[in-house]
Write a protein that binds this ligand. Structure first.
Ligand code: DI6
Ligand code: FE
Length: 413
């Protein structure tokens, strides 16, 4: 049997946790039927090659190859933007005060409700395409700016549509419990009734969500309300994750651990008990340096405790119009190192191997190993640490997604 493609004369940062970056010097990578059919040192290939051959052989001229990047936490679908709020914050208003004054998430809700499916698709596609152009091949997209049945479903339908039309694997998450919509002011439990009795069942029935998320925070929902959402999600057969301890310690992490959450995201204020609960539950911490930076947060997530307890660390954009208007996952690698002191290897693992775990996709994505999906990115760098080092990375030299080059339209290649 012949291979479809053979990438040769490259160095592979496989991200298999064996050596630094799981590096294989002078490597070759063979692809067949969307998957990696062979990977190893080029010198070991010679015999194999005679048997297999390849339709296309690509000489990468010594470039580094990494797994396709994975952005496991985005809010890419929304109407409008929040540039005015950015200016207010620069003049001294703080995020929680803006939210309490009817701005923040709710202003994105107004703009999203007013936007058509086509409008939401067009703007989200543009944002997704920027991520894809820098080597992202898997991304998660959340709802959460609809906060009613029709708009939550519309947002998730847009996300599903992007998964069908873009050269990327898209996982969708229902975040109906993101904020209290204005029509439910002072009635949070009634809104949670709507989420649990109507929105989540409808979304599950239509197959629109792969997971359920909530924002557990003093400006959003408390642990009792979050638990109702989690219980409903589990009853519907959907895994959960949580925006936890971003602005304060609410104990959301311990709650999420009891519900086997895929990930706890933000976690700047997580307590020692929270970290221990994460470790016991085998959860991962999703670090969101774009939100930390935008909110001028000073409380750094407990990186040393995560390391000590073996809690895997993921890095994501949190791309959203309010607290993380980020358009580059690679920039987040740089920020995770500079702001949180991750090593470049931890940061790269955080957008590959560990990010795949956060999306429950580790069997197929996240490392360069035989049998996994052939999502490969070739970079013009001399060492993998450069992916975290540069502030504003040049684009990848080549991308394969499921063994195919994504068409020019989407990546600008
Ligand atoms: N994700 C969220 O949903 C909130 N924070 C976060 O990281 C708020 C986002 C927003 O202000 O729109
Ligand atoms: Fe978020």
């Amino acid at each position: 049997m012949t291979w479809d493609t053979l990438w040769t004369n490259c160095h592979a940062a496989t991200m298999v946790p064996s050596s630094a970056f799981g590096a294989i010097d002078d490597a070759a990578i063979a692809v067949r039927d969307w998957r990696i059919a062979w990977i190893g040192p080029r010198a070991e290939l010679e015999d194999t090659l005679e048997d297999a051959g390849a339709h296309e052989v690509v000489d990468l001229e010594g470039r580094w190859v990494t797994p396709g990047l994975i952005d496991c936490h985005t809010h890419l679908v929304y109407g409008g933007d929040r540039a005015a709020e950015f200016e207010m914050r620069l003049e001294g208003a703080d995020y929680e005060a803006i939210v309490r004054a009817g701005g923040g998430i709710v202003s994105s809700v107004r703009a999203t409700r007013a936007a058509s499916f086509e409008q939401l698709c067009a703007s989200a596609e543009r944002r997704a395409r920027e991520l894809l152009a820098e080597g992202v091949t898997v991304l998660e997209i959340k709802s959460g700016y609809g906060l009613d049945e029709a708009t939550e479903a519309r947002m998730l339908t847009v996300a599903r549509h992007l998964g069908e039309t873009l050269p990327a694997t898209v996982r969708t998450t229902c975040l109906a419990a993101n904020a209290l919509p204005p029509e439910y002011a002072e009635r949070p439990d009634d809104y949670i009734d709507l989420v649990c009795e109507r929105i989540l069942p409808q979304v599950a029935e239509a197959g629109l969500a792969d997971a359920v998320d909530a924002f557990c925070e003093r400006i959003a929902f408390d642990t009792a309300q979050t638990e109702r959402v989690f219980r409903t999600a589990h009853a519907l057969g959907l895994p959960v994750k949580l925006h936890a301890e971003q602005l304060s310690d609410q104990g959301g992490t311990q709650l999420a651990a009891r519900y086997d959450a895929l990930s706890m995201d933000h976690v700047e204020y997580v307590s020692a008990e929270g970290v221990a609960a994460m470790a016991a539950a085998g959860s991962v911490a999703v670090l969101l340096p774009g939100a930390f930076y935008t909110l001028r947060e000073t409380q750094v997530p407990p990186i040393a405790a995560f390391r000590e307890h073996g809690v895997p660390m993921v890095v994501a954009t949190d791309a959203n119009p309010g607290t993380s208007p980020a358009r580059s996952l690679l920039l987040m690698l740089n920020m995770a190192c500079t702001q949180f002191r991750l090593t470049p290897e931890e940061a790269l693992a955080g957008v590959t191997r560990e990010a795949a775990r956060a999306l429950d996709l580790a069997d197929d994505y996240g490392t360069l190993e035989t049998g996994k999906r052939a999502d490969l990115v070739a970079w013009d760098i001399d060492q993998p640490a450069e992916l975290a080092y540069w502030i504003g990375m040049p684009r990848p030299a080549r991308i394969l997604r499921h063994g195919q080059p994504p068409c020019n339209q989407w990546t600008g290649q």
